[in-house]
Structure formats: C-alpha cells, structure tokens
Design a protein around this ligand. Sequence first.
Ligand code: PLP
Length: 446
Amino acid sequence: MTDRFSNSRRLFERAQRSIAGGVNSGIRKMEQPVPLYFTHGQGCRLFDVDGHEYIDFQIGQGAILYGHAPAGQAEVIGAQAKLGIHWAAQSELEIEVAERLQRMIPSAERVRCNNSATEVVLSALRLARAHTGRRLVLKFEGHYHGWADEGLVGFAPPPDKWGTEEEPTRLHPSKGVIPEVLDQFVVARWNDPDHLRRRVDQYRGQIAAIIFEPVLCNTGCMEPVAGMISTIRELCDRDGMLMIADETITGFRFGAGGAQKHFGFVPDLTILGKAIGGGVPFAALVGKESAMQKIISGEIVHAGTLNANPLCLAAAKWCLDEVESLGDKHPAGMIALGQRLMAELSALAKRHNIPLQPQGPGLVFHTAMLKPGAATGPIRNYRDYVQRQDVLRWAHLRRCLLEDGVRAIERGLWFISLAHREADITEALQKANIAFTRHAQEWKTI
Ligand SMILES: Cc1ncc(COP(=O)(O)O)c(C=O)c1O
C-alpha cells in the first residue's frame, strides 16, 4: 500500500534529529498517522508536502479567523517590515491598536500588549493578586489558560485523581511544575452555578479572581448554561474579586466585542490572543482602568522585549479593521455556516450509524464521539465529557476525514473562518460522506 503521507513522514523523521520531540508545540504530535508538513495555504485551504489539499477547520488553532494568506495582510506586514520590525520603543501604531480595542470592546478601558495569550494570563493573574492583596485564583475544570504553571491547573485531571464533585483536585498535567503553584488555585466544575457559589463561599475573602473561557472550547465545546456567567459577575462584585474572561478563542470570533458583547457581560479583565494577530505572535490584556491600576502605577512588573513590536502591531491593526468593517454581518455569517455544517454532519453520522454528536454555537463546535451506551444530549462539563467521549473512535474518524481532505482539530474541535463559503461547506460534507463510509466499515473490524 502506498503511503499518502510519505513526504511528511520523511520530514518528521528528519525533524526528530534536530527538534526536541520533532515538533514545536507538544499537541501537534497528536496528528495521526503523522504530524503533517504544509507548503502553503489560501483562504480555507491548506496544501501539504505530499500534494494534498485540505479544507481547513483547524485554521491555525483558531488564530487565522481571516483564512490563510488573506488579501491585504501580507502587504501591511511587508510594508512595516521595510520600515523596521522591532524598536523596543513606542510607535503611533500601538496607540492606534489600543484605540481600536477601546472602540470595539466596551470593557477595554486600558490595554497592555504581550506576544502570547499564555503571557497575558500570567500578567492578569499577577495583576489580580496585587489588586486584591489575595492569593487564590478560582478556575474551572477543563478550561485552558495557556501552558504555563498557572494556566493549566485543573485542566485535564484523570478520573481516578479528579476528586469529588464538590472538591475537584488541583492537578497540573505537566511534570516540573513548582508544587506550591497548585495551592494558589481553587478548582470548580463548569456550568454549575450553585456549586460555584459553594466553592467561593468555602474560600470567601481569599480569592483574587475567577478566570474562565466564556465558551469552553478547550474541552469539547460548551456554552455557559443560563446563570453561569451572571453568577460569576455577581460573586465577583459581592466579594471584590476580579472577573477575568479568557477570550483568546472567542475574542473577535464572536464579533468585534467578543463573547462579552455577544452574551452581554462586562468582565474586569480580558485575555485576547489568536485572532487579534491573525497568526502573528500578538496578544493583549485589556480591562477596566480601575482593574489595571497596579500596572498603571508600575507596582507590578509587566514587561517584554518584543511587546508591541511594530510588525505585529501592523498585522493586528489590519485584523481589527477587518473585523470592524464587517459590522453586524459578523458573526452571523459564520454562525450560519457552522450550524449548517453541524446539522449535516449530524445527519450524515446518523445515516452511517456513527454516534457523533456536534455541539457548540456553530462558528466553533466540537464533534463528540459517544462511547457505546453513553447518553446522548448536551455535554455540560469536563467530567461529563471524559465519561462520554470515545477518544479512540474519534481519532479514527478524524484520520479518515484527513485522508479525504477535511482537517478538523485533533481533539474534535472545528473552527469556521471568514474565508469559508457555502461551497466549501458543501464540498466538506461530500468528503465527510466518503470518510464516514470508510470509518463505518473499518471501525467494525477494529
Ligand atoms: C482560552 C485560551 N487561553 C490561553 C491560550 C494560550 O494561548 P497561546 O497559545 O497564544 O499562549 C489558549 C490557547 O489555545 C486558549 O485557548
């Protein structure tokens, strides 16, 4: 049998002789049968080194909201590169970007830039502790806030170690983490406002902030249940904690004002990443002036050699202008495309007797592959997800999809971009039909 990924396989073998582990972000190793190597992308299409074309729903882990190589972005990046890419100093561009953020996001009274959302999370948590004089941060099981020691507590605990329903344990999936970091967190289950109240009351007066993904996109795809976000806001107001919305994924994807405008809440601090830079390393902390005081006064250290470099600022300004120019058309167009894809994938799965259950708001969604005998219906939190998701079966279907030219994220998430059109969705569904047929036949024999 010919190997359809032979060039990727050769490059991966070569990479392992120079790059530690062969990849530069651990998660990329999840791609089966081999991490793919790409030559170029255009719109929602990606092209690999073996000459295959993919309809891309991974879309740079959500960063390239505008599609691959969008018209105009290369020109502004190129023009800025000719003027200089890094001055470690001020430029009018940084004010232009900050002013756009103020205009687009109501809670963005002040802005500070970094190069990745992981760094912004660290900045926000430090700021919250300094602001309140308290030590603890409450976060939710399954929510991802970057790969640092502080971002991953309670992210993916195995069932035998995750503790009781009332007292989720504070675990970090990585070795080498400073052990004391775990003690700085309180972990709660997502989508249970009453449980959240009890968790906050247990540590009342000691919690500096509650950090959360407004739509949980890093474990399945779970929108907040009614009362979830309003309870976070209410408890933060009651106890003087900062509400930190991690909009790394939802920012700009849910429209110019992000999930906070879409769902109608006002956080104290917001983490912005991914789509703010459209693929360049750019991220920002934005928030109320009152919450940013300790940065304004210089009492907390916030720094970075490459912060707000003109190259990334030029790219970010282009991205923000793109989003603003869409007005009310965004995110309605992406929601409609995504919901169509979800509905038709679901129908296709039924036809092939595959227990696939798409879930999410459309512009991002997750395809849960239910274990034999697992209940159907919405997945509400991390534990529910782990108990119902058939990881191996999804990996097989994902591989079939990839081989037929449809690229979803390894863990089952799908991003719609501004470059996807109805015709791309139609074609993706035709390819999915072929992939589902093959999966249904092969899975029986595994
Ligand atoms: C919600 C959320 N927060 C933070 C991060 C960290 O972003 P970065 O990889 O840019 O550091 C991610 C990355 O996927 C994310 O999804």
